[in-house]
Design a protein around this ligand. Structure first.
Ligand SMILES: Nc1nc2c(ncn2[C@@H]2O[C@H](COP(=O)(O)OP(=O)(O)OP(=O)(O)O)[C@@H](O)[C@H]2O)c(=O)[nH]1
Ligand SMILES: [Mg+2]
Length: 227
């Protein structure tokens, strides 16, 4: 093959590959996506199970699944991403790989992601921040929040496992947490906006999350239909 034919061949091959890829796209790929992110064990699968009413495995050993799970929930796709951050028994190399994979997924799908939920464990979070602070690094949850904001993917923070802290400590703890995400106290002023608190184990907070998801999905459809 001379160079010209060779280039032509390559061009056609690329075209063919693209066509094949497009052909493989399902209806699912065209729907708006809501992504669920967070450290391991914060309750991501619990939330996904509540929303999808599907048999999503909960409470399994952290960090085992590297897979990105997508669920068709009718007018949107719910994406359960693997847990990020430090996990006992997991090599740093694997942890970094997971983080990279999550970031890659978000970048590749950013046009279709209309909302994102970062879940945190109310009891574990302040300790995580303190440990990271002493190392002069940004906790990955905050890094992720800033990344999602930058891409305009409407991040909201779900503060889960509220049953694990005393009622008396609630205001103090929540004020501290929202401040870390750049929202000054009192925490209550952020509740309809970016913060949701709940006990997903008991289904508490699910309605509030659904209101936020529906808002994101409706806004996406409104803009799309205008075009
Ligand atoms: N106390 C308490 N436990 C909860 C709550 N929500 C979920 N859990 C429990 O937390 C554990 C982890 O929940 P999962 O939903 O599997 O967490 P995950 O974020 O999907 O974890 P990975 O898949 O490992 O990343 C399970 O034992 C849940 O039952 C809650 O509101 N309060
Ligand atoms: Mg899970």
């Amino acid at each position: 093959m001379n160079e010209e034919t060779n280039n032509e061949f390559k061009k056609n091959l690329e075209k063919f590959k693209k066509m094949a890829k497009r052909g493989k796209e399902t209806k699912m790929d065209k729907k708006p996506q809501i992504i669920v992110v967070g450290r391991s064990n914060v309750g991501k699968s619990t939330l996904v199970r509540l929303i999808t009413k599907k048999d999503v495995r909960v409470g399994k050993k952290p960090g085992v699944t590297l897979k990105i799970n997508k669920y068709d929930v009718g007018n949107f796709i719910l994406v359960d991403l693997p847990g990020f951050g430090f996990m006992t028994g997991l090599e740093e190399k694997v942890q970094n790989k997971i983080k990279k994979e999550i970031v890659q997924y978000i970048e590749d799908n950013k046009d279709q992601i209309v909302g994102s939920i970062i879940l945190i464990d109310v009891k574990a979070f302040p300790g995580i921040v303190e440990r990271w602070d002493s190392k002069d690094e940004i906790p990955i949850d905050i890094e992720m929040f800033e990344f999602l904001e930058e891409l305009e993917l409407n991040p909201s923070i779900f503060i889960n496992k509220m049953d694990k802290i005393k009622k008396n400590d609630q205001d103090k703890t929540l004020d501290k947490i929202v401040a870390i995400f750049g929202c000054p106290a009192p925490w209550r002023q952020w509740i309809n906006d970016i913060i949701t608190i709940g006990i997903l184990k008991e289904g508490i907070g699910l309605n509030e999350v659904m209101v936020k998801i529906n808002k994101n999905v409706n806004e996406y459809n409104r803009v799309k239909n205008k075009k």
